[in-house]
Design a protein around this ligand. Structure first.
Ligand SMILES: *Cc1c(COP(=O)(O)O)cnc(C)c1O
Length: 390
């Protein structure tokens, strides 16, 4: 049996989405910037996709900019704001659990004289609103806080953050890559000025993402060379990708309630079974609002890498820490920020369910995880030490 439980890293392309894209990769191959009929057909596909996405978010199509990835969108948002508003101030507030697309971009901006405040989170990964209010200064130009965290699934109090940002006339950028298509995402209700999301996280194609930029918010340009995407993201339009993204989002939103129910029920059953059968495990962010399909678990006194590889051998795909940091063995900055001791952070595994995950797959995973943990603990010196000192 092969079980894919790494849907926070990427998802499988939906068949209907592929079908909607094929014409734009075959007959409708014109350049969307060309004035002839070949180009116009492509333009139509692009415009319709932009409208569909804007409608779902409840915003204007003019406020949607397509990019090639979520990381690119985060960069364009943060660097774009930094460039456009640096005369007003050079202070930016963020959380200590952001995706590298935000975290590393902000760290890079320090070289240009920007000061970054990294807000603490509590043990469940929730940003402190008090700390946010206290950190606001005269020269604060941007608050960048994610909607939901990719590693533990915690959903942030974004409406409150939006309100605080608005009161102080500070731009609020929200990385919503983990929430678009999974939970309700309405930028106007949240009060977010820039929202970034990416197609491949909701069964769309890789290589296409989008951002909402509220009318009136200025962004400095990062690339030049054409008029596409309001000159903010020049380069020949990836129309097939846009059509795929719009189709995928439409479908995800249509099936959202059903998917939330199904995934959270399976996730809760999964966690309940593991908690019942394994000692010394902790489910992260269990008692706060979190993504329906995300389960982050500390298997104490073990190394996450050995759990991941043993499960992989059994055909089960999971992630230890963040997918983006899987090639270096540094403990996840998210788990450390939540106050999890480094040795337990190293033993944490993320299981991320998707809309195709079945009860059979979860039962097989439960059985495999229990077997794996028990086997690995027998040979784990950390576990031996723990048992001896108990
Ligand atoms: C996956 C992810 C990104 C990056 O999106 P890409 O399209 O893969 O570049 C950014 N932020 C979060 C929270 C993510 O989960």
């Amino acid at each position: 049996m092969r079980v894919y439980l790494d849907n926070n890293a990427t998802t499988k392309l939906d068949k209907d989405v592929l079908e909607a894209m094929i014409p734009y990769m075959t007959e409708i191959y014109g350049n969307a910037s060309s004035l002839h009929s070949f180009g116009r057909e492509a333009t139509r596909g692009m415009n319709e996709s932009r409208e569909k996405i804007a409608n779902i978010l409840g915003v204007s199509p003019k406020e949607i900019i397509f990019t090639a990835s979520g990381v690119e969108g985060d960069n364009l948002a943060i660097r774009g704001i930094a460039r456009a508003y640096k005369n007003r101030g050079k202070h930016i507030i963020t959380s200590s659990i952001e995706h590298p697309g935000v975290k590393e971009t902000l760290n890079d901006l320090k070289k240009e004289g920007f000061e970054i405040t990294f807000l603490p989170v509590d043990k469940d990964g929730v940003v402190s609103l008090e700390a946010l209010k206290d950190s606001i200064r005269e020269d604060t130009i941007l608050i960048s806080i994610m909607h939901a965290n990719n590693e533990v699934g915690t959903i942030q109090p974004v409406e409150e953050i939006g309100k605080i940002a608005k009161e102080h006339r500070i731009i609020f950028h929200m990385d919503a890559v983990q929430t678009a298509g999974k939970i309700v995402l309405k930028p106007l209700e949240i009060g977010a000025d820039i929202v970034v999301f990416s197609a491949h996280k909701f069964h769309g194609p890789k290589g296409i993402a989008a951002m909402y930029v509220r009318n009136g918010v200025r962004l400095g340009k990062l690339i030049t060379g054409g008029g596409q995407e309001g000159k903010m993201r020049p380069g020949t339009s990836n129309v097939a990708g846009m059509v795929g993204m719009a189709t995928a989002l439409e479908k995800a939103v249509k099936d959202m309630d059903e998917n939330i129910k199904k995934e959270s029920e399976l996730r809760d059953y999964f966690e309940e079974q593991l908690l019942k059968n394994l000692p010394e495990i902790v489910v992260n962010a269990k008692n706060v609002k979190r993504l329906p399909g995300t389960s982050s678990i500390q298997f104490r006194y073990l190394e996450g890498e050995s759990i991941l590889l043993t499960l992989n051998y059994k055909g089960i795909a999971v992630s230890s820490g963040s997918a983006c940091s899987s090639d270096d063995l540094q403990a996840s900055h998210v788990l450390l920020a939540m106050g999890i001791p480094i040795e337990f952070a190293h033993g944490t595994i993320r299981f991320s369910l998707g809309n195709e995950t079945t009860k059979e797959e979860i039962d097989y995973t439960i059985e495999s995880v229990i077997e794996t943990i028990n086997k690995l603990r027998v040979i784990s010196p950390l576990w031996g030490e723990f048992v001896d000192n108990r």
